[in-house]
Design a protein around this ligand. Structure first.
Ligand code: PLP
Length: 439
């Protein structure tokens, strides 16, 4: 046995949560980091420090992290080359009144690594970069509608479809969703409103793997209808391959958006793409104070150099494969209501809503997630529900094996509780919230 179950103490975290509640609506800024996204009361809510694949919560408990800050930390926490680059730049200045030298250098590195990156504009967040890419596409084509598949972020024009509260309803007319691996659903949209679509935007992989020729088919349909193809590579970028999913699958979009993974956790995003489309950025209004902030660009330069010279993505794939293989086998052996989806470099473990041939109620599913997350935390493993698991370059084979072993104990116990109809009693919280659902 390599994992040791321990009882967790969250005294400091509980005190901090009640303070945070008074001053921050929702306790924290990222929906998928809120307590209700995990197992409230039985999972660490505040982290104090991190190193490699490990994090320590404010109460001093140590964990192997498989959430990795929701994706940006592809190299691992406190990666020496990146931290050194940030420290060196910090001594020189954070931001200047004229452009620093780093912007052009990082854009040039991106052009070398990413197939579509003839030119680059930098931003801070993923939603912001997606909005910028769409503005470029609209200006270039003179059209307004967008066909979208997947999550794009919190900005009005994206969030209006699923979380419309506080957003002018008229925006919903301009965004049309199509289904992953369903070219017909895209074709129907594009044919129903001919000459209206500026862009087709999609994350090349999410909780599903593209069927043979799906991405190429999306590209062909977009171009047939005069729309640009935009890849949202916010998660796939610098993870599936140094050049992103576009390099991995050999499909080069007109524009692509990168964020997580570009600077190993520093706040930087980028729109890259075809020179003629990117040049529109000089004709539309697209400006921000922090786009050339130097610490993030220094971190990006260091991160991209590590990606160029070391087998980061190969390591992530191998770690993911080992994890998926181990966890899948346990799921099959125990018959517990979970399944693997997507690709191993960013696996999604989802709920299957059935146990022993019988459907589970919503409450039973919630209890199963709660139990899984709470028990894994006691085994020193940070996991998440409804979303991607994100191994990094710093995860070792031992880390993966510890997670698989812990999963073995937890899912065996979960099976027994489900079979005996005793899961509800084993979960201390009633009225469990569903939490933010990313997939
Ligand atoms: C595919 C994808 N697009 C866009 C976003 C939004 O990025 P941000 O939260 O940085 O605005 C995310 C964030 O999780 C994402 O996964």
């Amino acid at each position: 046995m390599i994992t040791q179950k321990r009882k967790l103490n969250f005294d400091k975290a509980l005190a901090l949560a009640s303070r945070a509640q008074q001053f921050i609506p929702g306790i924290t800024q990222t929906a998928s980091k809120r307590p209700e996204a995990f197992a409230p009361g039985a999972f660490p809510d505040f982290i104090e420090r991190a190193q490699g694949s490990r994090v320590w919560d404010v109460d001093g408990n140590e964990y192997i992290d498989f959430v990795m800050a929701c994706g940006p930390v592809t190299l691992g926490y406190c990666y020496p080359e990146v931290d050194h680059a940030i420290q060196t730049q910090l001594a020189r200045g954070i931001i200047f009144s004229r452009p620093g030298a780093l912007e052009a250098e990082v854009a040039e590195l991106l052009a070398e690594i990413v197939p579509s990156a003839e030119m680059t504009r930098f931003f801070k967040g993923g939603a912001e970069a997606n909005s910028a890419a769409l503005r470029l596409a609209r200006a270039f084509t003179g059209r307004t509608r967008v066909a979208s598949c997947g999550y794009r972020g919190w900005h009005d024009q994206w969030a209006v479809v699923h979380t419309p509260r506080g957003i002018p309803h008229c925006l919903a007319e301009l965004i049309h969703e199509f289904k992953y691996n369903d070219l017909q659903s895209l074709e129907t949209l594009l044919e129903n409103d001919p000459h209206q679509f500026a862009a087709v935007i999609i994350d090349p992989v999410s909780a599903e793997t593209p069927q043979e020729n799906f991405l190429r088919g999306v590209q062909a349909l977009a171009h047939k209808h005069g729309a640009l193809l935009i890849f949202d590579e916010i998660v796939t970028g610098f993870r599936l391959a140094p050049g992103g999913a576009q390099a991995y699958f050999g499909v080069t979009p007109d524009l692509a958006v990168f964020a997580k993974g570009i600077a190993n956790g520093m706040p930087l995003s980028a729109v890259v793409g075809r020179r003629d489309v990117m040049q529109m950025a000089t004709q539309v209004f697209m400006t921000l104070t922090y786009g050339d902030e130097q610490l993030s660009l220094a971190a990006a330069r260091a991160t991209l150099n590590v990606l160029r010279t070391q087998d980061v993505c190969g390591h992530i794939w191998r770690a993911g494969r080992r994890l998926v293989q181990g966890v899948k086998q346990i799921i099959e052996e125990t018959g517990t209501p979970f399944a693997f989806r997507g690709v191993e470099a960013m696996p999604a473990f989802v709920a299957t809503q059935q146990f022993a041939g019988k459907p589970l109620t919503g409450e039973e599913q919630n209890c199963a997630w709660y139990y899984l997350l709470a028990e894994l935390a006691q085994h020193g493993i940070l996991w998440r529900k409804h979303s991607l698991i994100l191994p990094s370059y710093s995860h070792t084979e031992q880390d993966i094996d510890r997670a698989v072993e812990a999963m073995g104990y937890v899912l065996s116990d979960l099976r027994d509780l489900l079979a005996a109809g005793k899961l509800r009693q084993a979960v201390p919280v009633t009225d469990l919230p569903i939490g933010f659902k990313r997939l």
